[in-house]
Design a protein around this ligand. Structure first.
Ligand SMILES: C[S@@+](CC[C@H](N)C(=O)[O-])C[C@H]1O[C@@H](n2cnc3c(N)ncnc32)[C@H](O)[C@@H]1O
Length: 211
């Protein structure tokens, strides 16, 4: 019989969404001032496990909505005793609007966000005008939004939403930055990217910087 994996809790890296009020003080949460990278939809935490160790000079916050993935990510990050990471189980759009201070984020990493492929569900997509406004507001000048998706229609929506910002020069298009954990032929090396590459899907990327 297969052994059941024990999932541990690590309160030192888990942020309790109920304990947050208004804009978050990231310096207090991490116990130091450092560039803040936010990954939305961290899944099982693969990006965070590799990136946090390659860049100990940065603070990383993972936002994950699904309880099962959130718990797995906490368990993995906790086992590695990674100190420059925190993870929260909440809806990213709510977190952006309620808790992100202006000019506080160095990077947003959003890799393979749920595509909501049915037309009537498109409005649930994370990359939409409203959320991009929150991203721009909370990015520091020079801060980066790095996006990847396998989904052609969602990629078109990302390009449309961002092109409006490029025209207004509220964002500038820049080359996509590959993640430290990406192997040959990968852009970020997350679980979903690896699955999609095996399935032969095209991976689309787009990136932008706040001037
Ligand atoms: C397709 S998976 C990609 C996971 C990971 N980024 C990867 O590339 O392997 C999308 C993830 O985003 C999470 N998610 C979806 N909507 C979210 C939201 N509004 N806020 C936070 N996480 C969300 C899902 O629970 C899921 O884990």
């Amino acid at each position: 019989m297969a052994k059941k994996r024990i999932i541990n809790e690590y309160p030192e890296i888990s942020l309790d969404p109920a304990a947050l009020e208004g804009h978050v003080d990231f310096e207090a949460i991490f116990g130091r001032k450092a560039p803040l990278h936010i990954e939305v939809g961290s899944g099982k935490g693969t990006f965070l496990v590799s990136e946090t160790r390659v860049h100990p000079e940065n603070n990383y916050l993972g936002i994950e909505w699904a309880n099962r993935y959130y718990k797995l990510a906490v368990d993995r990050l906790g086992r590695w005793e990674i100190e420059n990471v925190r993870i929260i189980r909440t809806d990213a759009a709510f977190f952006f609007a309620e808790h992100l201070p202006d000019n506080s984020v160095s990077w947003f990493h959003i890799y393979f966000p749920d595509p909501w492929p049915k037309a009537r569900h498109n409005k649930r997509r994370l990359i939409c005008t409203e959320n991009v406004q929150q991203i721009i507001r909370s990015l520091q000048p020079g801060g980066v939004l790095n996006l990847a998706t396998d989904h052609a229609d969602y990629f078109e929506q990302m390009e449309e939403v961002l092109s409006i910002e490029f025209e207004k020069a509220t964002l500038l298009q820049i080359p996509f930055t590959r993640a430290s954990g990406a192997k040959e032929g990968e852009t970020v090396g997350t679980n979903f990217e690896r699955k999609y590459i095996v399935e032969g899907r095209k991976i689309n990327t787009i990136a932008a910087k706040k001037p």
